[in-house]
Design a protein around this ligand. Structure first.
Ligand SMILES: Cc1ncc(COP(=O)(O)O)c(C=O)c1O
Length: 255
């Protein structure tokens, strides 16, 4: 799957419009096209195991990958200055994939005490049922985060600015605390968008967006995305998208 990128020094407005888009190879159409096909004719043998999926796997089934969704993922990769991106059917699907793919029974999660309600309820109700300990903390206070760290802390999840209270967390400070303690920092950056904040540049490991909000911009499509290094994105695509099945509709990606 070719993902041509615009040079990174092109302005954010141009990147937001043209980033990740390439003219259609057959027709030359310069605006993004929609490929709604669920299946693709492939001329080489491909594995149906998610663990064999990589950048060179041809499109074969839209739950794995789809050209229109890839265009959106390439655009978001450029806008967040990340290595890779994977899109989901909703912001909650993206958050669920991160929490369930990186945390296991016995792990400890620190999470901002003010959060979008869906994320807060998922973390406080569902994760403990699976043996994952969860500590809500006012992450706008870095000392409180340090105090909450345990040997088993595997991830710190912050939402900044938070929904609905607009609490602000210092991403770089919390990234240092996370990394000093061998934990990952995940940032729900939905309210900021990459126009205001690029958490990966401040040390975060994973950036989560509800694309349904400002990135979608028109209120007509549900979507979610995670930006991170390729290793983390491959894991999320294998588990969250291919196994859990929360792939984004190409129509929503196009919108
Ligand atoms: C900050 C934030 N994160 C995640 C979500 C969940 O996104 P979605 O509604 O696309 O599932 C929302 C939705 O309101 C949100 O405001």
């Amino acid at each position: 799957m070719s993902r041509k990128k615009l040079p990174i020094d092109i302005g954010a407005q141009t990147q937001a419009i043209h980033g990740g888009e390439t003219p259609d190879q057959q027709t030359g159409a310069s605006a993004p096209n929609i490929v709604m096909s669920s299946t693709f004719a492939v001329d080489k043998t491909v594995s149906f195991s998610a663990t064999n999926f990589d950048e060179d796997t041809p499109y074969m089934y839209t739950r794995w990958a789809n050209p229109t969704v890839t265009q959106l993922e390439s655009k978001l990769t450029i806008l967040e200055e990340s290595q890779a991106c994977v899109a989901f059917s909703s912001g909650m699907a993206a958050s669920t994939a991160v929490l369930l793919s990186f945390l296991s029974h016995g792990d400890h999660l620190i999470i901002s005490s003010t959060n979008y309600a869906g994320t807060a309820e998922l973390a406080r109700k569902t994760l403990p049922r699976m043996g994952i300990e969860v500590t809500p903390v006012d992450t706008s206070n870095p000392e409180a985060v340090e105090m909450a760290i345990k040997k088993q802390t595997k991830m710190i999840w912050i939402e900044t600015p938070s929904n609905p209270l607009i609490n602000i967390t210092d991403i770089a400070k919390i990234a240092k605390t996370a990394h000093d303690n061998n934990a990952l920092l995940a940032v729900d950056s939905t309210f900021a968008t990459p126009i205001a904040t690029k958490p990966l540049q401040l040390g975060a490991d994973l950036v989560i967006h509800s694309l349904t909000k400002y990135i979608g911009g028109h209120g007509d499509a549900m979507g979610g995305a995670v930006m991170a290094n390729s290793e983390h994105i491959n894991l999320l695509r294998n588990e969250g998208v291919i196994h859990h099945g929360s792939s984004m509709s190409p129509f929503n990606a196009w919108q």
